[in-house]
Design a protein around this ligand. Structure first.
Ligand SMILES: [Zn+2]
Length: 239
């Protein structure tokens, strides 16, 4: 399973349950993060953007390790500026990685930008969705390795909002994951992001109330069929 995110800490607060459950199932996971999070509101003890980026790289690695992520990679696109970046270049980098890693399942944010409606999250959603479809097409990025079509694309969605923040327009979910088995691991991964401590404080109660589930919407899959509800991202996929 490949998970594409915008910032260090997205992997735990948004996808930590799915990543932890996948690791427990023996699924090989790969998280690609497009920025090093230099533009964050909360900056810890960092005196420069560069220093914050370097701190957050280490926090990202520690969090991935807690979640049992097999491979993680942080790309160097400028934080908070993905909407101005070259779409084709970043989509190509994702196509290349999908063709190399050959994930069955790809997960990313929804077009709403997630719980905090971040522009970068919306861009990651669009970029990953394009890359998912283009990875399997011979005419797209012919120099980026042999084509490979991942089987399923999911966008993250939600059953709650953050009070006082702009309200996203989330997708209706098709998958409800019971993440209680890995909930503590998800919280621990979050705690690895020491520089983002204040975010943890402001969202602690919400995650206590709603944090035993994660919600996803199936966005693409081979074949034609009506939408169905599931509790498993890997349902029906063989080895
Ligand atoms: Zn983010």
């Amino acid at each position: 399973m490949m998970c594409v995110i915008a910032h260090p800490d997205d992997e735990c607060f948004a996808f930590g349950g799915a990543l932890g459950l996948a690791a427990d199932l023996g699924v090989e996971t790969y998280v690609v993060c497009l920025t090093d999070g230099q533009a964050a509101t909360h900056r810890g003890d960092a005196v420069s953007g560069e220093e914050l980026g370097s701190i957050r790289r280490k926090e990202f690695a520690a969090s991935c390790s807690v979640l049992g992520v097999a491979h993680h990679e942080l790309l160097d696109h400028p934080d908070a500026e993905l909407e101005f970046a070259d779409f084709s270049v970043i989509a190509g980098r994702l196509v290349k990685r999908m063709r190399r890693f050959k994930p069955d399942v790809v997960i990313t944010f929804g077009a709403d930008g997630g719980l905090n409606t971040h522009n970068d999250h919306t861009m990651v959603s669009a970029l990953t969705t394009a890359a998912f479809h283009w990875a399997g097409r011979v005419k797209r990025y012919p120099t980026m390795g042999p084509v490979f079509q991942p089987k399923r694309l999911f966008h993250a969605t939600t059953n709650f909002f953050i009070p006082g923040r702009p309200v996203p327009l989330p997708l209706p979910w098709t998958v409800k994951l019971d993440i209680r088995a890995v909930q503590e691991r998800k919280a621990k991964a979050f705690r690895m992001h020491v520089s983002q401590g204040p975010v943890m404080e402001t969202t602690r109660k919400l995650f206590e109330q709603y944090g035993n589930e994660e919600f996803y919407a199936l966005m693409a899959e081979a074949g034609t069929k009506p939408a169905r509800l599931s509790d498993d991202l890997f349902e029906g996929l063989s080895e």
